[in-house]
Each structure stands twice: as structure tokens, then as C-alpha cells.
Design a protein around this ligand. Structure first.
Ligand SMILES: Cc1ncc(COP(=O)(O)O)c(C=O)c1O
Length: 382
């Protein structure tokens, strides 16, 4: 006998995604619209640069905050585009936004603290908060408000234990892009109750039409913790490269924790990240235009399908589609769609209860594949 696992892992919750994944794994020729990883190849010059830099010796530990060139590229990108005033005391290289979120949460949380998350939400936040003995508190958002967090709902969820709020815009899974008015109202509440604000900005360039990405850190620099990533911006998920931008005290504490977590992300990844950010204008618009075209096509065509209700895509690389008129719930619908038409999507409740009745469609396939998926939705019979 050995002693039990941590209480957190002794009775794992039912994992809807794993169940669907199991069914899908036994099927052939699936149209997989479940993946949050851009299908496009990382731009060759980025790969080439990482390769050259590895040959030139960038295969060792970097300085603990990160490769100086990568850190400068992050600062230049943010300060120029978002009118912020970050310097080297505020920035840290991380293995993706997930790692940045983990070490920054660790920097501010004590057991019993509460962190507010707007639902539907990117599911990894939950265990990251729980790992520090803190409690995630979920606040619903609805399609009626374009899935924008309402300040009154946020305020109603605040208790004396609330320490922080995680904001994710452009949003996974809903595609919502929070307006300036929404963010200003959130900032006012955060200031009134003295809360930290996390800004998960991994999809920042993916905004469409009249929607605009508003950097929360420009509105409330004193309390905002940015978790950034090159994963989606440059189709570089496998490089595992991202960053933290935060007030100096938080960045320092996150650095202390990170000494025992990852120390630094990979040196070649940071060199690739430096090059990518320095050439953002060369690489990013192509990816954004791809996703804009795909999401516009999907939203237009799926809106014509009688049992679906679709809002035009505001941002991100996903569509969040209301399937309630099918008469099925989101889990039954996803299962039926998979079995009848071999199209794999994610039921909305995988992102929290307020996702019930919706499915998430990731536009991470080419146009020809998406056309097949549209046909499948059109042909589905009940
Ligand atoms: C909202 C959101 N935040 C963070 C991440 C994690 O990104 P990274 O690859 O930088 O860890 C993802 C990945 O899907 C995401 O959708």
C-alpha cells in the first residue's frame, strides 16, 4: 500500500472530452472540428531561424527571466501596439500561456482564496487555481449579451475571499470579444474591490469586422496580469512558448515559483519567438485572414440550417453554435453528429454549465473540409 494521491485527484470528475475522444478514436475518416490547434504549418522562416540559432549555440539554459532578445521583442510588441509602458522588470518567458497562468496564480493565491472565471471558459484554469488550494468561482455569460461578462454579475460573485478575475477575450470557446465598455465596467469593479485581473490574450489578433481587441493592461496596468502566447498567433503550439507581463512584484514572485517549475522555456523556442514577434506583420495577417474566411463561411452557411442558431464570428478561431432547436442536449447532439456524420465537435457543457445547449466548432480545417462539415449539418436528420 502507498498513501493516496492529493485529494484533488482522488475522485476525478467525469471527463466529457475524454469520452467523446474515445468514441472518435475508434472511427475512420472523421472531420475533426474539435481541435484548438491551428492546422496551418508554422511559417518556414520561423523554423529556419530556430534551427540556425540552435546551430549557433542557443541550446542551453537562458537567463531565468528569458532570452534577452525574446523579452525585448515582447516588450516592443506590447508597448508599441497597446501603448503600455512595460520594461524588463515586468516580463518573463514561459512555456505557453498555461505556464504563465500557473506561476502567476501561484504568485498571488493562498489556500481558500477565490478566483472568478467567466463561463463558458477555457477548462485548464480550474485545476490551476485548485492546485494552490484556492477556489474557482464561475460567473455565467449568455448569448443574449454576446457572452460578455456583465459587471453586475461579476460584482454579485465577489466575496471577502475573492482575489482575482480571469478575463479571456477574444474568448475560447465563445468567440466573444469584450468591448471597451465591458472592460471598463470590469476594471471599475476590480478597483472598487481591489482585485487582480488576469488578461488571457492568446487570441489577441483574431478579431473580425468591427470588433477590436482592447488590451486590459492598458486600462488597469496596476492590477493586470497578462498571459500571452505565440501558440495561436503564429501557429506555434508545439514550440510551447509564451510570456507573462505583470507588475514587478508579481513577476518577481512568479519567478521565484518558476525556479522550481520550469526555470525557463526552451531556448530554441524563445529564439523562434523573438523572430516571430519581430516579423509579426509578415506572418500574422495570413493566419487571421484564413480564420476570418473560414469562420465567416461557417457562420453564414450554418445560419441557414434550421435547427442551428449562429452569431457572426467576433473573434478567436471558434464558433459557438446554439443547437437547442434540434431537440437534443449538447452531449447527445455531439454524439449523434459524430455517429451519423463522422463530424467531431465539442459539447458546450465541457466549458461549464452555461455552455449547455451549444457546441464549439473549431475552424482548424481547410475550406474544403469545412464544406464537407457544412453538408453534414445540412443533411443531419432527426
Ligand atoms: C484561452 C486559452 N488560454 C490559454 C491557452 C493555452 O495556450 P498555450 O499553448 O500558450 O499554453 C489556450 C489554448 O487552447 C486557450 O484557448
Amino acid at each position: 500500500m502507498v498513501k493516496p494521491l492529493a485529494k484533488l485527484f482522488q475522485a476525478p470528475e467525469k471527463n466529457i472530452l475524454a469520452d467523446i475522444g474515445k468514441t472518435a478514436a475508434n472511427m475512420q475518416n472523421i472531420i475533426d472540428l474539435s481541435i484548438g490547434d491551428p492546422d496551418q504549418r508554422t511559417a518556414l522562416p520561423i523554423i529556419e531561424q530556430a534551427y540556425q540559432d540552435m546551430k549557433a549555440g542557443y541550446t542551453h539554459y537562458t537567463a531565468s527571466a528569458g532570452d534577452p532578445g525574446f523579452l525585448q521583442a515582447i516588450l516592443a510588441t506590447h508597448n508599441t501596439r497597446f501603448h503600455t509602458h512595460y520594461d524588463l522588470t515586468n516580463v518573463r518567458a514561459t512555456a505557453g500561456a498555461s505556464h504563465a497562468m500557473f506561476i502567476a496564480l501561484g504568485a498571488i493565491l493562498d489556500p481558500g482564496d477565490e478566483v472568478i472565471i467567466h463561463e463558458p471558459y477555457f477548462t485548464s484554469y480550474k485545476v490551476e487555481i485548485q492546485a494552490f488550494g484556492a477556489k474557482p468561482v464561475f460567473v455565467k455569460t449568455t448569448a443574449d449579451h454576446q457572452f460578455q461578462l456583465q459587471a453586475a454579475d461579476l460584482e454579485a460573485a465577489i466575496t471577502p475571499k475573492t482575489k482575482a478575475v480571469i478575463i479571456n477575450s477574444p474568448n475560447n470557446p465563445t468567440g466573444a470579444v469584450f468591448s471597451k465598455a465591458t472592460l471598463a465596467a470590469i476594471v471599475a469593479v476590480a478597483r472598487q474591490y481591489d482585485l487582480y485581473l488576469f488578461a488571457d490574450e492568446v487570441y489577441w489578433p483574431y478579431v473580425y469586422g468591427a470588433h477590436e481587441f482592447i488590451p486590459l493592461e492598458a486600462l488597469a496596468p496596476e492590477r493586470t496580469i497578462v498571459t500571452g502566447s505565440l501558440s495561436k498567433v503564429f501557429a506555434m503550439t508545439g514550440f510551447r512558448i509564451g510570456y507573462l507581463l505583470a507588475p514587478e512584484k508579481i513577476n518577481d514572485a512568479a519567478g521565484l515559483l518558476n525556479e522550481g517549475v520550469a526555470y525557463t522555456p526552451s531556448a530554441p523556442g524563445q529564439r523562434a519567438g523573438k523572430f516571430a514577434l519581430e516579423h509579426l506583420a509578415d506572418f500574422m495577417p495570413t493566419l487571421r485572414d484564413d480564420f476570418k474566411k473560414r469562420l465567416t463561411y461557417l457562420a453564414t452557411e450554418l445560419a441557414k440550417v434550421p435547427y442551428l442558431k449562429v452569431m457572426p464570428a467576433a473573434g478567436s478561431i471558434y464558433l459557438f453554435v446554439d443547437i437547442r432547436q434540434s431537440g437534443m442536449d449538447d452531449v447527445a447532439f455531439s454524439d449523434y453528429l459524430l455517429k451519423q456524420k463522422q463530424v467531431l465537435v465539442i459539447p458546450g457543457r465541457a466549458f461549464g454549465d452555461s455552455g449547455k445547449g451549444f457546441i464549439r466548432i473549431a475552424a482548424t480545417q481547410d475550406m474544403a473540409t469545412l464544406a464537407l462539415a457544412v453538408k453534414a449539418f445540412q443533411e443531419l436528420k432527426f
